[in-house]
Design a protein around this ligand. Structure first.
Ligand SMILES: *[C@@H]1O[C@H](CO)[C@@H](O)[C@H](O)[C@H]1NC(C)=O
Length: 594
């Protein structure tokens, strides 16, 4: 860019500063330096304004800081939705420092850009906090696709991810999801007040079984709390903000300073590679464990993803930290998101009991009280199918559509320029609350997905929601997540009345707030109280019978890990005061690192 060149020249000039001072005197040199800096700022700003005149509308940017200062303290997606209404355009340009970001607030526009032009929108923009200081460039999530080597690299990762959770593999995980969701039924009976923890355990256990062939039996298992806390931190590092560390996106040059500078606080361990080694160590442990099982035990469980990866690794010659990043991503993308979706489901039942009752009437007619529903029932359960869609639409977890896309060449929409490299974000909050597609959008109303309902509106694609993102960056685990959400929602609706809690003294219902959500990129309801009671004695008996059978069936997957994420990295360092790296056999060894 023009301004970058100017800044480079400025650097050259400072190098010559000393000789200049000697020759012309301090005052004169300072003055000329000031003049040059001012010219650089003016030229840069002129370039910003020129771009702005060609881009989608948005608030007026300031030099250097752009629009960053007008960001709200949290939930910027609401602000961008409001801007889109104010300017009456599906696209909004918002300057994060000197970088334009484009926000898509309309389903049809998202379809037009991300799906129909998937080829050029497959890349990611430069992301300082989440990418450069975080996952790096060799993680599928943040990987940029700027040339054909990048494309090949990205394809390999995508292919390996699909081996694990792609649409072909997903059916193989059905029974595990089914058994684990039966355990949730049992947990809801025994300790309903801990419903959030049960849902977290369920979601973490399913990904742990898929990744490592080992279930997570207790919600006190540190892997749950650690992985979920890590993901919630990571999710906050994705939301544009005007305080550090997110302010680093506005002033990317600050990222070049040493990591003890105060603005890096709040990044956690993200600019260290500890996570890779942690997941790699877990994977090694899991492969050893799996290899010790008898053939009949192996046949009873899905092949762990780390085992599959192990045998595929040689083909692609990927470094081990990249292989283990794929396993790590399973946790990153699958645990917190799936459990948050189910907490949203509980909230919806409390706030909109009429939808829950309608769903239960359908389940009573089709399934009856002596067994819980199964996917095979799904063709006779149109309301349940609609209900699950509505859960995914009503409060979508990845509320700004996951990480931003970025066009690899200049693009245009409606005559507006979307420059190559721009940060383009699909604002699911706005898309899923658009009155044109979803009348009365905050109402949880599964009926809107039924064929002849007057509230049903056209929507791009065949799902009726865009919860899992778009194009080539669509969530790899979509089919797995939809399958798991379906069985768990159907089973819990069948088994329980889920309603507002009552005040023990007054007996009055305690209201729930359908807008009280967390601020991260993966949002979930703020904690709320509710009452969860089995719907009948017959149903309770079936829940117990099925839950206990599931626990017996899952026994083969029980096991404990020797490792804890919270202590793993520190232990490695404390022990040796050095950094862990991988040796040529893929074992963690520790070397002195400067
Ligand atoms: C889960 O449950 C089914 C029966 O519903 C059973 O056939 C299967 O083997 C179980 N086991 C595992 C590990 O999921």
């Amino acid at each position: 860019m023009l301004s970058d060149r100017l800044l480079e020249n400025l650097n050259l000039l400072t190098l010559r500063l000393q000789s200049a001072i000697a020759e012309f005197g301090t005052g004169n040199v300072l003055l000329s330096l000031l003049a040059i800096a001012a010219t650089a700022v003016v030229a840069d700003y002129a370039h910003m304004l020129y771009l702005r005149s060609r881009m989608p509308p948005g608030p007026f940017p300031l030099p250097i800081v752009g629009n960053t200062l007008s960001l709200p303290d949290n939930k910027p997606w609401i602000y961008f939705e409001a801007l889109s209404k104010q300017y009456q355009t599906p696209l909004i340009t918002f300057w994060i420092g000197r970088n334009p970001t484009v926000w898509i607030n309309d389903a049809w526009c998202a379809q037009e850009l991300f799906e129909k032009k998937a080829q050029i929108y497959a890349s990611r923009p430069r992301m300082v906090v989440f990418g450069e200081l975080g996952t790096g460039q060799s993680n599928l999530v943040t990987m940029r696709i700027l040339n054909s080597a990048d494309r090949d690299h990205w394809r390999i990762h995508r292919k390996l991810m699909h081996l694990g959770v792609g649409i072909q593999s997903v059916r193989g995980y059905r029974e595990v999801q089914n058994n684990e969701s039966k355990v949730v039924g049992l947990d809801f009976l025994r300790a309903p007040e801990h419903y959030v923890k049960h849902l977290e355990r369920y979601a973490t256990s399913v990904v742990s079984i898929i990744a490592f062939g080992r279930r997570v039996a207790s919600y006190d298992d540190p892997i749950i709390t650690e992985v979920i806390a890590l993901m919630q931190l990571a999710a906050e590092l994705n939301v544009p903000g005007k305080s550090f560390p997110m302010l680093l996106e506005t002033f990317p040059f600050l990222a070049r300073f040493p990591s003890f500078m105060p603005w890096f606080r709040g990044l956690g361990n993200r600019n260290q590679k500890g996570g890779h080694y942690f997941f790699h160590t877990l994977a090694q442990e899991a492969v050893e464990r799996y290899d010790q099982l008898s053939p009949s035990e192996q046949a009873a469980i899905p092949t762990p993803y780390c085992k599959t990866l192990n045998s595929e690794a040689a083909k692609y010659n990927l470094p081990l930290d990249e292989l283990s990043s794929l396993t790590g991503n399973l946790f990153g993308a699958g645990a917190d998101t799936s459990s948050s979706t189910l907490v949203t489901f509980v909230l919806a039942c409390c706030a909109f009991p009429e939808a829950m009752h309608k769903a239960q009437a359908e389940l009573d007619a089709v399934v009856g009280p002596n067994r819980s529903p199964h996917w095979d029932d799904s063709p006779s359960l149109p309301y349940i199918n609609a209900f699950v869609k509505e859960v995914l639409r009503w409060r979508s977890v990845a509320i700004i559509g996951g990480q931003p896309h970025s066009p690899t060449q200049d693009d245009s929409y409606n005559g507006w320029l979307i420059p190559a490299g721009a940060w383009v974000q699909g604002n699911l909050w706005a898309i899923h609350r658009h009155e044109r597609e979803f009348p009365d959008p905050d109402r949880f109303y599964p009926d809107r997905y039924l064929a002849d309902n007057p509230s049903r509106r056209p929507f791009p694609g065949d799902k009726g929601y865009m919860t899992f993102g778009w194009g080539r960056r669509v969530c790899s685990g979509q089919a797995l997540a939809e399958q798991g959400t379906w069985i768990t929602v159907a089973r819990l609706l069948w088994g329980f009345d889920i309603r507002k809690a009552r005040d023990p003294d007054t007996g009055a219902e305690i209201d729930v707030d359908i807008f009280a959500y967390t601020n991260g990129l993966n949002m979930r309801p703020q904690p709320f109280r509710c009452a969860i009671v089995p719907r009948s004695e017959e149903i309770r008996a079936a829940l117990v019978r099925e839950g206990e059978q599931a626990l017996r069936d899952l026994k083969v997957l029980d096991g404990e890990s020797r490792y804890r994420m919270s202590t793993f990295y520190q232990e490695q360092r404390r022990k040796y005061k050095e950094e862990p790296v991988l040796d040529e056999n893929g074992n963690v060894k520790v070397v002195r690192v400067k």
